[in-house]
Design a protein around this ligand. Structure first.
Ligand code: 16G
Ligand code: ZN
Length: 531
C-alpha cells in the first residue's frame, strides 16, 4: 500500500478547488490557475500507469495547444507514443475529483487491486511542455505527484507535443527490433532530416515556404531543426515571438486559419507564395495560398490526406508491391468533395470515425498503410508491421522500382507514426510537391471543396445530444434527426450533422451544400432546430 503521510504532505501543497474536472479528448484543459491539483494528481496516475506496465516509460505533455495563453493542460502518452488508453481516462477523471486525501488514497487502492498493479515495480515518466509561462509551475506540481509513488522522471523542458510522443516511443523500444530512433530532440531532427534529404535528393528545390508558427513552441523548435535540413528546404518563419506570451495563437496558427478561412496576422502573401500554419504545440498544420485574383485558398487536413494517399498509392505501384493496401480515415467534418475524390478518383477505401485522434489512429491501424487526417490539420500515416517488412525486404526488379522502394522506406521514416506531427507532415507535403514540382495551386486542383460552415450553438444541456454512425446521426433528442433530414433534402449536395463538442460547452453544427449562400442558409436552419 502507499505511504499516506507522504501523500498528504505533498497533496497539501496542491489543494483542490471546488471545480469538477474531466479528462477528455484533449486530456485536462482549462485556465492554468485551476490546474495545479489536477496536474499533481495526474502525476500520481502516470506513476501508476508506468508501474502497471512494468516500468515502461510514460510521457506527460503540458500544453493547451491552440487555446489562448492563459489556458494550459496535460495529456499522458502511452509507451508506444500513442494517447493514454481510453479506460484510464476515467481513472484520471476520478482521481482529479477526489474530495479529500482519504478519497484519493481509497481510489488509488481500488485501482491497485482491480487493475492488479504491483506498487513495488519501478515507474518512469518523461515530461515536456510548450512555451506557456504557467508550464514551469505545473511541471513541478506533476513531479510532486510522481514523488507520491517514487517514480523516476526526466524533464525534457520545452518540446513540441509530437517530439514528446516520439521520445517516449524511442525510450521504450531502444535495443529492440522496433527501435524508433535516438530519444532526444536532436535524434528526432536527425532522423527526419536524413529521410527528407533522401526523398528530395537530386530534385529541384521549391521556392521558400512561409511558415506561421502561431508564436508558439513550433517557432524555436523549427528554428533548431533548420540546420539539420541544410539546403534541402528553405523556410521563412513568421510569428515566432515566444517572449510575449499574450501573442500565443493570437490571430494566427492552424486553428485560426482553418476556422476563419483567412491568412494569419504577420504574414503577407502574394499569389506565388506557398504558406503553412502550425498550431500552438505543433501537432497540426494547414497550408494555403492566394489565387491570381487574390482569393484565399485553404489546403486543410483533407487536402493533405488526398495528396498523401495519391502519392503513396503511386509509389506502391511504382515499387511493384501493390499487395500493400492503402486506406484513408476521416471524420464527419471531412469535406464531402474530399471523400468523393478519395473513393471515386483514387479508388481507396475510406472509413469515417468519431472526432478525436485516438479514434482515427486506431482505425488507420487496420490498413497496411493508413492515412488519417482531421479536416483541422491533425493527422499522420501509419505503416503496419507487415507493410514495413515488405517495404524493407523488397528489392525491385528494375532501377525505377528500386528508386520507389527507397522512397517508401524514407517516407516511413519522415512520417511520425506515433501521432499527428506538424513538422513531419510539413516534410511529407514538401516531399510530394518537390518530387512532382507542383505549386499549391496544382495540388489544389485534385478536387474543389464544397462550401462549408461550422457554427457553435450554446444550449442549456449538451449532454442530451446523443450521436451514432460516427457522429453523423442523432438518436437523441428523439425526432431531431428527422427534422434535420427533412431540411437537408431541400439543398443541392446538402449535408449537415449536429454533435456535442468534446472540448467546449457547446453543440456544433456542420453544413455543406452546392453554393456558399445555400450552405449558410442550411447551417442557419439546422442551428435554429438545435437552439
Ligand atoms: C480535441 C482532439 C482533436 C479534435 C478536437 C475536437 C485529440 C488529441 N484532440 O482537441 O483531434 O479535433 O478535440 O473538438 O484528440 P470538439 O469536440 O470540441 O469539436
Ligand atoms: Zn495541437
Amino acid at each position: 500500500s502507499i505511504n499516506v503521510e507522504n501523500l498528504s504532505a505533498l497533496s497539501a501543497k496542491h489543494p483542490k478547488p471546488a471545480n469538477t474536472f474531466t479528462y477528455g479528448t484533449a486530456g485536462f484543459r482549462m485556465k492554468a490557475d485551476l490546474l495545479d491539483s489536477v496536474i499533481f494528481r495526474t502525476g500520481i496516475l502516470a506513476a501508476l500507469r508506468s508501474k502497471k506496465l512494468d516500468g515502461k516509460v510514460i510521457g506527460c505533455m503540458i500544453t493547451a495547444s491552440h487555446n489562448p495563453a492563459a489556458d494550459n493542460g496535460v495529456k499522458l502518452v502511452d509507451p508506444m507514443g500513442e494517447m493514454l488508453e481510453g479506460s484510464w481516462e476515467a481513472h484520471a477523471t476520478a482521481l482529479s475529483n477526489a474530495q479529500s486525501d482519504e478519497q484519493m488514497v481509497d481510489y488509488i487502492h481500488s485501482m491497485v487491486s482491480s487493475l492488479k498493479i504491483d506498487l513495488t515495480k519501478p515507474a518512469n515518466v518523461i515530461i515536456g511542455r510548450d512555451t506557456r509561462p504557467s508550464g514551469v509551475d505545473l511541471v513541478n506540481a506533476f513531479v510532486d505527484g510522481l514523488k507520491v509513488l517514487d517514480a523516476k522522471s526526466t524533464d525534457y523542458g520545452i518540446l513540441t507535443t509530437p517530439q514528446l510522443h516520439y521520445i517516449t516511443r524511442c525510450l521504450n523500444t531502444a535495443g529492440t527490433p522496433e527501435a524508433y530512433g535516438e530519444p532526444s530532440a536532436e535524434g528526432y531532427y536527425k532522423k527526419l532530416a536524413a529521410a527528407f534529404k533522401t526523398l528530395v535528393d537530386g530534385k529541384t528545390r521549391l521556392s521558400p515556404l512561409i511558415l506561421d508558427c502561431a508564436n508558439g513552441v513550433g517557432a524555436p523548435k523549427f528554428q533548431e531543426f533548420l540546420p539539420y535540413l541544410g539546403d534541402s528546404l528553405s523556410v521563412k518563419i513568421v510569428n515566432d515571438d515566444i517572449d510575449n506570451p499574450s501573442k500565443l495563437n493570437l490571430n494566427s496558427g492552424a486553428d485560426y486559419v482553418k476556422t476563419g478561412q483567412r491568412a494569419p496576422v504577420g504574414l503577407k502573401m502574394t499569389p506565388q507564395d506557398r504558406c503553412a500554419s502550425f498550431d500552438g504545440d505543433a501537432d497540426r498544420i494547414v497550408y494555403y495560398y492566394q489565387d491570381e485574383d487574390s482569393t484565399f485558398k485553404l489546403l486543410d487536413g483533407d487536402k493533405i490526406a488526398g495528396l498523401a494517399a495519391m502519392f503513396i498509392i503511386d509509389l506502391v505501384k511504382a515499387a511493384g508491391i501493390d499487395s500493400i493496401k492503402v486506406g484513408v480515415v476521416q471524420t464527419a467534418y471531412a469535406n464531402g468533395a474530399s471523400t468523393q475524390y478519395l473513393r471515386n478518383t483514387l479508388n481507396v477505401p475510406v472509413s469515417c470515425v468519431p472526432t478525436g485522434v485516438k479514434h482515427l489512429h486506431h482505425e488507420a491501424l487496420k490498413y497496411d498503410v493508413g492515412v488519417y487526417f482531421e479536416a483541422n490539420g491533425h493527422g499522420t500515416v501509419v505503416f503496419s508491421p507487415s507493410a514495413l517488412k515488405t517495404i524493407y525486404s523488397a528489392e525491385g526488379s528494375s532501377p525505377a522500382q528500386a528508386v520507389a522502394i527507397r522512397s517508401l522506406r524514407a517516407l516511413s521514416e519522415v512520417i511520425n507514426q506515433t501521432v499527428g506531427d506538424a513538422f513531419s507532415d510539413l516534410l511529407l507535403v514538401e516531399t510530394i510537391l518537390t518530387q512532382r514540382q507542383w505549386t499549391p495551386k496544382v495540388w489544389d486542383q485534385a478536387y474543389t471543396d464544397l462550401p462549408n460552415r461550422l457554427v457553435k450553438v450554446v444550449v442549456q444541456d449538451r449532454s442530451i445530444f446523443k450521436t451514432v454512425d460516427a457522429e453523423r446521426k442523432l438518436v437523441e433528442p428523439v425526432g431531431l434527426q428527422d427534422a434535420i433530414d427533412a431540411i437537408v433534402l431541400k439543398f443541392r449536395d446538402g449535408r449537415s450533422f449536429v454533435r456535442p463538442s468534446g472540448t467546449e460547452d457547446v453543440v456544433r453544427v456542420y453544413a455543406e451544400a452546392a453554393t456558399r449562400s445555400e450552405t449558410d442558409e442550411l447551417a442557419h436552419r439546422i442551428g435554429g432546430l438545435v437552439f
